[in-house]
Design a protein around this ligand. Structure first.
Ligand code: A3P
Length: 345
């Protein structure tokens, strides 16, 4: 009997102990995240140069919590509306480039309290069917945010789709446009790897990269191959420049975002006129993944999905050399137009 009572008491103490430790960890996490969002000194006061109102970061933190509850179904649309949350059209769009690191860039920017990401790729401007549904349809696809925040969406197909620049211009001629690029040959191989994985999943056979990238008749680079065409960045950018001045674009170095994300993110914060809020604390290198992952506070962190950071197949070095030689003049032009030299081979 005594033994039974002792066991029961031990069990109770264990449960109470776990609860206490859990609560303590939760409190520490909350304090940690609030600390991170507290301005060390009065922040620049305005997010935008064009006179947007000052916005306390604590309110943004509260909003994040409320939205989280809303998504989980614990807060009503009414509560969300009561707190002035609205669905806004994006003030900045990551227009590409596919396999440049667009998801990593979006997720990392979303660490900023004044940025709210559209989680899904909306494909509004590149898909005729979606575009025909109208701008209100697009706006309703956006997440809730405060008017002083900026919504960002990413759809990498925008960069290469003919009709998109004009359509975006019609929505907002002063929108900010982000392009994340990687060394063109690596990007093309990454693009190929993604398609290959899809084919393998469907049990389909597929050509080797070398066969697609090099025309077997001429032995020249096959410019009809989409993965090659997408990597001729300057050709696509030139189409965009018919609608937007170069000052409205910001080039992100996707190779550097992999190795050293913070300085790249700080450049984007500056371009978007945001106070610098993303810090080294928010980014930690995960050796197992081989990539930087995101830290929100001491408890909540996340890495990108496994579909980001695939192992590329080995490619014949002579094909790589040929491709690099092919891209070289286009790259030079790209540096010249954008004012950003990326030292690609
Ligand atoms: P690979 O799969 O070729 O390595 P996108 O999101 O535009 O499809 O780009 C995918 C690429 O993002 C990946 O290409 C990967 O290299 C890169 N990337 C950049 N930062 C990353 C990160 N922190 N975690 C995972 N992948 C990242």
């Amino acid at each position: 009997m005594l033994f039974k009572q002792q066991a029961w008491l031990r069990q109770k103490l264990l449960v109470l102990g776990s609860l206490a430790v859990g609560s303590l960890l939760y409190l520490v996490a909350r304090v940690g995240s609030l600390d991170r969002l507290q301005p060390i000194c009065p922040i620049e006061g305005r997010f935008g140069a064009r006179g947007q109102a000052e916005f306390p970061l604590r309110a943004l933190q509260f909003k994040r919590g409320l939205l989280h509850e809303f998504r989980k179904g614990n807060a009503s649309k009414e509560q969300v509306r009561l707190h002035d949350l609205v669905q806004q059209l994006p003030k900045a769009i990551i227009i590409g480039v596919r396999k440049g690191g667009t998801r990593a860039l979006l997720e990392m920017l979303n660490l900023h309290p004044a940025v709210v990401k559209a989680s899904q790729e909306i494909h509004f401007f590149d898909n005729d069917e979606n575009y025909a549904k109208g701008i209100e349809w697009y706006r309703k696809k956006m997440p809730f945010s405060y008017p002083q925040q900026i919504t960002i969406e990413k759809s990498p197909a925008y960069f290469i789709t003919e009709e998109v620049p004009e359509r975006i211009y019609k929505m907002n001629s002063s929108i900010k446009l982000l392009i994340i690029v990687r060394e063109p040959t690596t990007r093309a191989i990454s693009d190929y790897t993604q398609v290959l994985e899809g084919k393998e999943r469907k049990n389909k056979t597929y050509y080797k990269f070398e066969k697609l990238a090099i025309d077997p008749n001429t032995c020249e680079v096959n410019t009809k191959y989409k993965a090659v065409r997408t990597s001729i960045y300057t050709k696509h950018l030139e189409r965009w420049l018919k609608y937007f001045p170069i000052e409205q674009f910001h080039i992100v170095d996707g190779d550097r975002l992999i190795m050293e994300p913070l300085p790249e993110l700080q450049l984007v914060e500056k371009f978007l006129n945001l106070p610098p809020r993303i810090s080294q604390y928010n980014l930690y290198f995960n050796a197992t993944r081989g990539f930087y992952c995101l830290r929100f506070n001491i408890i909540f962190n996340k890495c990108l999905a496994g579909s980001k950071g695939r192992i590329h197949p080995e490619v014949d070095p002579s094909v790589i050399t040929k491709l690099r030689k092919f891209f070289h003049p286009f790259n030079q032009k790209f540096y010249q137009i954008t004012g950003r030299t990326l030292n690609w081979p």
